[in-house]
Design a protein around this ligand. Structure first.
Ligand SMILES: [Zn+2]
Length: 284
C-alpha cells in the first residue's frame, strides 16, 4: 500500500517532537517536486489537495500520479483531502484509495460540527483512513473558502478536549492566530493557548496557514505540540514567480519541458526549507 494514512507518521512525529510537512500540490510537476525532495531528504510527507484541486486535475489522475510516484521511489506517503466538507465526496475519494482526510465542519455550531465529524470518523476508520478536523476557525482565503476576521475564532482548549473525545478524530487543526493566504502584517500566534490545548488533548495537533510564518515561530509551535505543518501559498508564489520571470527573460518560450524547470527549482527550495524547519529530514 503506497498511499498511506497520516496516522502513524503523525504519531511518530508527536513522540519525537518534529512535524510532518503537508504541501499542497496541483499537478504532475508540483507532485514531482514534493515527492522527489522529500525522498531525497528522507522526510515523511503529506501531499494535500483541496476540493478545487481534485476538480481541476481530476481525482483519478491525482491518485494515479501519486501512486506511481510512491511506487517508483519505494516511498509511501499520504495523499490528503485538505478542507473537504462534503461527506459523499469524501466517502467516494476514500473508496477510490485515499487514506488521509480532513473534514472541515468548523463553520458549523459545536454540536453539529461534532455530529458531522463523528459520522466521517466512523466511515473512515473502516478503511483505516486517518481523520483531521478543525475546531475554532482560521481566517484568510484558501481556494474558494474565504473567512473574514469576524467569522474567524480561536480554538478553546476545554472545548477541544470534549471535541476530540466525542468525535474520535486522529488529529486536530487548531486556530491559534495563523491564517490562510498571505499575512498583512507580522503573524501573531497564541502560544499560551497552544500549550493549554496540548495539555488537554493528546492527539497530534495541526498548524494551518504556515506560509509566511517566521521559522522560529513554526519551530516554537512544534515544540508546543504541533505535529503537522500545512504549506500552500508560499509554494504557489515561488512556482509562479519563477515561471513569470522565465517568460520575461524568454518571451518566445513555448516548451513546457523547459519553462517548467525554473518554476520547479524555485518550489523545491521552499520544500527543502520547510522540511528543515519541521525537523522531519531523516525521519522516514
Ligand atoms: Zn488549511
Amino acid at each position: 500500500m503506497y498511499l498511506i494514512s497520516s496516522q502513524e507518521m503523525l504519531k511518530k512525529a508527536q513522540r519525537e517532537q518534529y512535524a510532518v510537512p503537508a504541501f499542497n500540490i496541483h499537478n504532475l510537476e508540483t507532485i514531482q517536486v514534493v515527492v522527489d525532495t522529500a525522498k531525497e531528504l528522507g522526510s515523511p510527507v503529506i501531499l494535500a489537495a483541496t476540493p478545487a484541486t481534485y476538480s481541476y486535475a481530476g481525482t483519478p489522475y491525482l491518485i494515479s500520479i501519486c501512486k506511481q510516484a510512491a511506487e517508483i521511489h519505494h516511498f509511501p506517503f499520504a495523499l490528503h483531502l485538505d478542507h473537504h466538507e462534503n461527506l459523499s465526496d469524501i466517502k467516494s475519494k476514500i473508496e477510490a484509495g485515499i487514506r488521509s482526510i480532513m473534514i472541515d465542519a468548523s463553520h458549523y455550531p459545536f454540536e453539529e460540527n461534532i455530529d458531522i465529524v463523528r459520522e466521517m470518523v466512523v466511515f473512515s476508520h473502516k478503511y483505516n483512513a486517518s481523520v483531521e478536523a478543525e475546531l475554532g476557525r482560521l481566517g484568510g482565503q484558501e481556494d474558494d473558502l474565504i473567512v473574514d476576521d469576524k467569522q474567524s475564532a480561536f480554538t478553546d482548549p476545554d472545548a477541544a478536549k470534549e471535541y476530540v473525545e466525542r468525535t474520535g478524530i486522529d488529529s486536530l487543526a487548531v486556530a491559534i492566530g495563523s491564517a490562510h493566504g498571505l499575512y498583512k502584517g507580522e503573524p501573531k500566534l497564541d502560544f499560551q493557548r497552544l500549550a493549554k490545548i496540548r495539555d488537554k488533548v493528546d492527539i497530534p495537533l495541526v498548524l494551518h496557514g504556515a506560509s509566511g510564518i517566521p521559522a522560529e515561530m513554526v519551530k516554537k509551535s512544534i515544540s508546543l505540540g504541533i505535529c503537522k505543518v500545512n504549506v500552500a501559498t508560499e509554494l504557489k508564489i515561488a512556482f509562479s514567480d519563477a515561471l513569470k520571470q522565465d517568460f520575461n527573460i524568454h518571451p518566445d518560450a513555448n516548451d513546457p519541458r523547459h519553462y517548467m524547470q525554473p518554476a520547479k527549482a524555485a518550489m523545491k527550495k521552499i520544500v527543502e526549507e520547510k522540511i528543515r524547519i519541521c525537523g522531519s529530514a531523516g525521519k522516514l
